[in-house]
Design a protein around this ligand. Structure first.
Ligand code: TTP
Ligand code: MG
Length: 395
């Protein structure tokens, strides 16, 4: 049986109200109460998360703390205690590791586990999913929502659909009945704009989405249309990427003051991309996936990736992708840190097309510039745009 025919068993775990649940666990006075983690209610910060009791008042992550207080003045407001949450996260990962080495961490409180090959040792995937959930409760006194399904897309929806304290296990036969009634917004990657476009096409549910064939979805949404076509049918071939496979080359920078100006952020991206490109070329690699990472003032961090049809190693190519990803984020808060990374490598001699010259003029030029910098120092030669940037010490 080849890899694509092999039936996968993927578990997605997402902790409930993670930061707030830890605070409630560690201070029994808070249990059953609305708890908001983020900082003092009068500070200019935003809500990191809140307990489910606080969600009844309409409080949500990323809402200004002042607004949260207006909605629920009696809530207990607590600062973010990152070292504590990071430690709990590693305890959760130790539980995961008892069942499989194939773990892809998405954030402190969320991970995919490929347990397809774990069943010989530990029993069925259903048993493993239940055991992980129970151990998180028993050993750490926290609740997790767990989804089990044949792929990542379905496992993530499954863990989310019965939150908090959910356990949803999807078998092949139930997939379509499960998906059909869901709103299209449930599909990973469908944000407000795509949803609106779909609504205009009279598509609100996944069932309705299946009425559109692949060519018409492609004509409306480009390559994302093809993805929609397959996801609507419960098909998602993305593997669980463990840390080893996710090896990447990246560079990030933290600003002295939070930034919101796109122009300035782009200039930083350009410089970071140049650094990443140079390291790629130095290692004689090309990469297929570009990722940007953006951290906001409240430490909430987002990342966005794009996998290309070709392999790249030029600064400008990396920058163009990074810039698109940044624009797609529609930033609504000032940014504290920005980063660019690339992964999915091939050796440099690998050519994208048989018709391409072995090394393009642009690649030769880039290498000449690399050599000049190597010899005469970093600032000996640089793009004009970077010279005007007033934050050199961040770069
Ligand atoms: P989430 O898993 O999105 O949220 P949650 O675990 O608090 O609640 P639930 O999963 O039950 O809906 O995020 C995990 C943690 O990441 C969260 O506890 C706090 C942090 N976080 C932020 O700091 N800012 C944010 O905007 C979000 C969404 C999360
Ligand atoms: Mg969570």
């Amino acid at each position: 049986m080849n890899q694509s025919e092999r039936k996968l068993q993927i578990i997605h775990v997402d902790m409930d109200a993670f930061y707030a649940a830890i605070e409630q666990r560690d201070n029994p006075d808070l249990s059953g109460k609305p708890v908001v983690v983020g900082g003092r209610p009068n500070s200019r910060g935003v809500v990191s998360t809140c307990s489910y009791e606080a969600r009844k008042f309409g409080i949500r992550s990323a809402m200004p703390l002042t607004e949260a207080r207006r909605r629920c003045p009696q809530a207990v407001f607590l600062p973010v205690n990152m070292p504590k949450y990071t430690q709990v996260s590693s305890q959760i990962h130790l539980i995961f590791k008892d069942y499989t080495p194939l773990i892809e961490s998405i954030s402190l409180d969320e991970a995919f586990l490929d347990v397809s090959d774990s069943t010989r040792l530990f029993g069925s995937a259903q048993k493993i999913a239940l055991e992980i959930k129970e151990r998180i409760k028993r050993d750490l006194d926290l609740t997790a929502s767990v989804g089990l399904a044949p792929n990542k897309f379905l496992a993530k929806i499954a863990s989310d659909i019965q939150k908090p304290n959910g356990l949803v296990m999807l078998t092949e036969e139930r997939i379509q009945d499960f998906l059909d009634p869901l709103p299209v917004e449930r599909i990973w990657g469908v944000g407000a704009r795509t949803a609106e476009k779909l609504h205009n096409l009279h598509v609100r549910t996944i069932q309705e989405l299946k009425r559109l064939d692949e060519p018409s979805l492609r004509s409306h949404f480009g390559i994302a249309g093809t993805r929609l076509f397959f996801l609507a049918r419960g098909i998602d071939n993305r593997p669980v990427e463990t840390d080893r496979e996710a090896k990447s080359i990246g560079r990030e920078t933290t600003f002295r003051e939070d930034l919101s100006d796109y122009e300035v952020l782009q200039a930083f991206l350009l410089n970071l991309s140049a650094d990443v490109g140079r390291r790629l070329r130095k290692e004689s690699l090309k990469a297929k996936t570009v990722t940007i990472k953006v951290r906001f003032a409240d430490f909430h961090t987002l990342s966005r990736s794009k996998t290309l049809d070709t392999y790249i190693n030029l600064d400008q190519d990396i920058y163009l992708e990074a810039k698109h990803l940044l624009l797609e984020l529609h930033l609504s808060q000032p940014v504290r840190l920005i980063g660019v990374s690339v992964h999915n490598f091939v050796p440099e001699e690998f050519q994208n097309s048989l018709f391409e010259p072995a090394e393009s003029e642009k690649e030769k030029l880039a290498k000449t510039i690399d050599a000049i910098k190597e010899r005469y120092g970093e600032k000996s030669i640089t793009l004009a745009r970077l010279l005007n940037l007033g934050h050199e010490d961040n770069l």
